[in-house]
Design a protein around this ligand. Structure first.
Ligand SMILES: [Zn+2]
Length: 178
């Protein structure tokens, strides 16, 4: 379950949809005004379970990060990068990720916990590519060309750094027809 306080918001305009999203340190569950107390309880429970699942997918453990990095290397880099460990770190404010080609270790900034999966995949791939090509030359970017969302993810991260993009945990899977 999410750690934040949960607020239920009833809306007269809402007819059938239930939505859960994060706002100002709270989880807001928006429901139609006509819901009974029983429907409210049932839907709040369903939506919190969904958010928790989504959180799990978006905040993988170090072990899950390593498995994902290995998959990404196989899929987009023909397995050329061989990561040995991937972990979240808290002391990395200015970089999204870093790596040590000598031992194959990768570190990912904890600020990226909760970002969309395709953005985290890009950051993982970026570090994986550095295990093969240390610099940011043409060969490096050629490696990343294989990932179709490279440009989009770079734009997203620029926006995130500037505070324009906030992790939106409710998009897609968070909305259900009631
Ligand atoms: Zn780089």
């Amino acid at each position: 379950m999410p750690d934040e306080p949960v607020v239920v918001r009833r809306s007269r305009r809402r007819r059938r949809t239930v939505t859960a999203y994060r706002e100002g340190g709270q989880v807001v569950v928006a429901i139609p005004a006509r819901f009974t107390a029983g429907e409210e309880r049932r839907w709040v429970k369903i939506m919190l379970e969904r958010l928790a699942l989504q959180d799990q997918r978006r905040r993988p453990s170090d072990q899950a990060l390593l498995a994902r990095a290995q998959e990404l290397s196989d899929r987009y880099l023909s397995g050329r990068a061989a990561p040995t460990s991937v972990r979240w770190v808290g002391n990395q404010q200015n970089r999204w990720g870093s790596c040590t080609p000598e031992d194959g270790s990768i570190r990912i900034s904890g600020r990226l916990r909760g970002v969309p999966e395709w953005v985290l995949d890009y950051v993982l791939l970026h570090e994986l590519a550095h295990l093969v090509e240390p610099g940011h030359g043409a060969e490096f970017w050629q490696l990343l060309d294989a990932y179709p969302k490279t440009e989009r993810a770079r734009g997203w991260l620029d926006g995130f750094a500037a505070g324009r993009e906030l992790p939106q945990l409710a998009e897609g899977g968070g909305t259900v027809d009631g």
